[in-house]
Design a protein around this ligand. Structure first.
Ligand SMILES: [Zn+2]
Length: 219
């Protein structure tokens, strides 16, 4: 099946992954016949980072100026972001069951970390919350990936990979961290995939009941 790619606008960004790196993986997601990709342009990449809280407004403005000065650098950074995303998707989908995606991801995370120098900072936000930020020096384009890479690193270090799942919805490629106590989350969202699955179960049940009117079927 070839899905058409739709560049997504800010209002369409969804953050259901529970972890920044999983939301980043979900910037390229297929649901049914529709594929959305937030990394089709560098500007869209910046807008996603801002929406995700991984880039503050001031730095975003600096980056937009830098894009005008170094368009080739921005293009290369976008290619790098997409490459990292593909490797992180492998990690999200198979990382807890296979060694290879984990080894590939560790190499990729180290590659990005090795190229980025900068300063760690704590930022006090207006709402009183505190965020850990990274202010890159040198190759600022690569620095954009640092919060994402750190989020993935946290999952590996904390051994949370077995909690990472792909949505059980048919034709849905979204991934998420299952934060439920009993590890029972199956859907990216209840209003979309979860709801469709519920409706499909209901249809199957009523069809069965029509054929076997005497049997009691529980859900
Ligand atoms: Zn889904």
């Amino acid at each position: 099946m070839s899905a058409s790619i739709i560049p997504i606008a800010r209002p369409s960004f969804t953050f259901i992954g529970e972890r920044l790196w999983l939301d980043f993986v979900n910037t390229d997601a297929t649901r049914g016949k529709v594929r959305t990709d937030a990394l089709l342009s560098f500007d869209s990449y910046l807008r996603w980072l801002e929406a995700a809280g991984a880039l503050d407004g001031e730095r975003a403005m600096t980056m937009r100026r830098r894009v005008l000065e170094q368009p080739a650098g921005a293009t290369a950074a976008l290619v790098e972001a997409r490459r990292t995303r593909a490797i992180l998707r492998q990690l999200a989908e198979r990382g807890s069951r296979a060694d290879r995606p984990r080894a590939d991801a560790v190499a990729e995370l180290n590659r990005i970390l090795g190229r980025s120098a900068g300063t760690r900072r704590l930022e006090l936000r207006r709402d009183g919350s505190v965020a850990r930020t990274f202010v890159p020096v040198g190759d600022a384009f690569t620095g954009l990936l640092i919060p994402i890479v750190e989020s993935a690193a946290d999952t590996l270090v904390l051994d949370e990979l077995p909690r990472v799942r792909r949505c059980a919805g048919a034709d849905c490629s979204r991934v998420f961290h299952d934060a439920t106590r009993n590890g029972a989350r199956r859907w990216c969202d209840m209003s979309g995939c979860g709801n469709r699955a519920k409706a499909a179960r209901h249809r199957a049940r009523t069809a069965r009941e029509r054929h076997e009117p005497t049997s009691a079927i529980s859900d």
